[in-house]
Design a protein around this ligand. Structure first.
Ligand code: NAI
Length: 248
């Protein structure tokens, strides 16, 4: 099937890595759905940029922690575009604190978005992929899901769980023509990391063998590979995009 008739749903896509993924998949011919909890104005702006670049894009305001709103988006997309070929579970948040000071609320919020969100979105999309006997699911994890990181027990727990989810689901649906893979970015230049102090950013960069942050485009290119025909025999894997910060 040519990419022009293929549909990708990307969560947390109004900015950062998710936006770069929609732009990259759009540039190779996918129709892209931008799902985000951001303001409708921000989503509209993201969709406008894509449309101006000749990409067929639609925006949806939805929270990945709310199964009903996610199901509505999926129904809407199936009605409008007839199919969903690719799901990228990218929406994520962090609420960092050392464990002794971490509030239960912050623990729960991070698990809700980064892990339950993956459950809800995958649940909503998978039955369509099974019916079509084809599909690609990409989960955006993190290097800290493998290495751990002080101050991020909540985030690292969710991101590690996503890797277990990826491997288990990959085994379940491999026979249905569906691949499930994870991408684990390292230290990427987005709003998430711009919140950190200069000092913390410098400490991170010093640990990266390439001595620089990654950019969202570099993560997006890896997703584009995983959804391509070239990656048809790759499933259950974690692809690290981290400038050498961690080597499996
Ligand atoms: P970002 O903060 O720039 O963008 C995240 C997007 O997700 C935002 O548009 C936000 O509105 C959306 N979002 C948050 N909660 C949501 C919800 N409940 N429902 C729907 N959308 C929601 O972050 P960034 O850096 O682009 O991160 C994207 C993914 O990459 C996240 O899963 C993050 O954990 C992961 N990641 C980022 C790294 C980095 O260095 N920036 C490193 C490793 C992983």
């Amino acid at each position: 099937m040519r990419n022009e008739s293929r549909v990708a749903l990307v969560t947390g896509a109004a900015q950062g890595i998710g936006f770069a993924i929609t732009r990259t998949l759009g540039s190779i011919g996918f129709k892209v759905a931008v799902l985000d909890v951001a303001s409708s104005q921000d989503i509209h702006e993201a969709v406008t940029v894509l449309t101006e670049e000749g990409i067929e894009a639609r925006g949806f305001t939805a929270d990945v922690t709310d199964p009903e709103s996610v199901a509505d988006v999926v129904d809407d997309l199936i009605t409008g575009w007839g199919r969903i070929d690719v799901l990228v579970n990218n929406a994520g948040i962090n609420r960092d604190a050392l464990f002794l000071r971490m509030k239960e609320e912050n623990w729960n919020q991070v698990l809700e978005v980064n892990l339950q969100g993956v459950y809800h979105c995958t649940k909503a999309v998978l039955k369509h992929m099974v019916k079509n006997r084809s599909g690609r699911i990409i989960n955006i994890s993190s290097v800290v899901g493998v290495t751990g990181n002080p101050g991020q027990t909540n985030y690292a727990t969710a991101k590690a769980a996503v890797l277990g989810f990826t491997r288990s689901l990959a085994r379940e649906v491999a026979g249905r023509g569906i691949t499930v893979n994870a991408v684990a970015p390292g230290f990427i230049d987005t709003d998430m990391t711009r919140e950190l102090s200069e000092e913390v950013r410098k400490t991170w960069i010093d640990q990266v063998p390439m001595r620089r942050m990654g950019n969202p485009q570099e993560v997006a290119e890896t997703v584009a590979f995983l959804v391509s025909d070239s990656a048809g025999y790759i499933t259950g894997q974690t692809i690290h995009v981290n400038g050498g910060l961690f080597m499996a």
